[in-house]
Design a protein around this ligand. Structure first.
Ligand SMILES: Cc1cc2nc3c(=O)[nH]c(=O)nc-3n(C[C@H](O)[C@H](O)[C@H](O)COP(=O)(O)O)c2cc1C
Length: 352
């Protein structure tokens, strides 16, 4: 393994350790407490008949849940990808793997990602690379290799300007990236998803990304894991540490970022993520227009305890979502969308 690959793997392990051992929350609310669903006092529904299923990129899911991109690229993270993928397969939900950069440079690491497909042969699975890699010589061929590595259904390109700005080893040249993204969307054999990592995607950028051929936007807003906090724990240099601290709450809260996607063209998939705490936040995300909702650190913390804890956590999220739908009188995800109480406070929407 080259020194570069060893460094990437070690950094991924360190990120994971910090996320599991330190308080890496942004401290900024994602905004879900200000969002309300209509209440149907008499729902006129059988709880057991509520349908959470959805179809994304041609694959059927039992619930609109995404295990957000996190791991791969080292021995330890392979084990997490295995656990997460096993749960995704059992519950029939979507999953993304973490950045595949290390495996694209060193074949020996492929298995730490492809294990996710092995565990979940028919499931909806997303590959992942960082936009900064498009500046480092990665092009459509490397993106296609990332997809092929796990027979992925789509490729996530994560946009992490804050993280690159804060890391001493970060790549801070973000010029001329849109055109590179466009060259990937034009030739890649699967759809491209653009995703932030906890700072949100602004409406203008979302529109530019869609114009460049991106088929889905994962807002990954502020409200949950803060990469400035994660990087802060890695820094020994007091200047770098203070820089990270200043930016712990930077970005667009998840709910605002989601609302900012309202004017995107029909057919663009919207993913809510960043600080989702439970299935009620998920229900609110759907009412705000999301098609899918992602959870990252919450599921990693659960997986770090045991497979059973992970499974129970996901089952609880599903029950919470179903309960929200029951209480607002929504028999399926489509019926949940109009249940958002508009900002004028109108609560008169009747389920009956
Ligand atoms: C340990 C860890 C590793 C992550 N690695 C990646 C990554 O490689 N690629 C990526 O797109 N996002 C990565 N993320 C970001 C998450 O996918 C997600 O956008 C972010 O953590 C916000 O979600 P949360 O508040 O539910 O944690 C990572 C998050 C965690 C906690």
């Amino acid at each position: 393994m080259t020194e570069q690959v060893t460094n990437i793997s070690a950094r991924k392990d360190e990120h994971l350790r910090i996320c599991l051992e330190e308080d890496v929350r942004s401290g900024v609310p994602a905004g879900f407490d200000q969002v309300h669903l209509q209440v149907a006092t008499l729902p006129e529904l059988d709880f057991d008949s509520i349908d959470l299923s959805t179809k994304i990129f041609g694959k059927q899911l039992e619930a609109p849940i995404l295990i957000s991109s996190m791991t791969g690229g080292s021995g330890k993270t392979k084990m997490f990808n295995q656990l997460l993928a096993r749960a995704a397969n059992e519950i029939k939900i979507a999953m993304g793997v973490g950045s595949q950069r290390a495996a694209l440079v060193h074949d020996g690491l492929n298995e730490t990602f492809s294990i996710a497909r092995k565990e979940n042969p028919g499931g909806l699975l997303f590959a992942n690379i960082g936009v900064a890699q498009l500046k480092e010589g990665f092009g459509v061929d490397e993106c296609q290799r990332a997809v092929n590595m796990l027979e992925a259904d789509a490729l996530i390109i994560h946009l992490n300007a804050l993280q690159e700005a804060l890391q001493p080893e970060g790549n801070r040249d973000f010029s001329q990236l849109l055109i590179k993204i466009e060259s990937v969307t034009k030739k890649l054999q699967v759809p491209v998803i653009a995703k932030e990592v906890g700072c949100g995607i602004d409406p203008q950028t979302a529109r530019l990304l869609v114009d460049a051929g991106v088929r889905a936007i994962d807002v990954a807003g502020v409200g949950g894991t803060s990469w400035a906090a994660v990087e802060m724990y890695r820094q020994a240099d007091p200047v770098r540490k203070a820089l990270c601290q200043t930016y712990i709450g930077w970005g667009i809260p998840t709910v605002s970022a989601l609302r900012g996607l309202d004017s995107l063209p029909e057919g663009i998939l919207k993913i809510s993520s960043g600080g989702l705490r439970n299935g009620l936040d998920l229900a609110k995300s759907i009412a705000l227009g999301a098609d899918l909702a992602g959870f990252a650190l919450k599921l990693m913390v659960a997986a770090n305890k045991s497979y059973e804890t992970l499974n129970d956590t996901l089952k609880l999220i599903i029950l919470e979502l179903k309960t929200a739908m029951f209480l607002s009188g929504a028999a399926d995800l489509k019926s949940l969308r109009p249940k958002l109480i508009k900002e004028n406070g109108d609560v008169t929407g009747s389920a009956i």
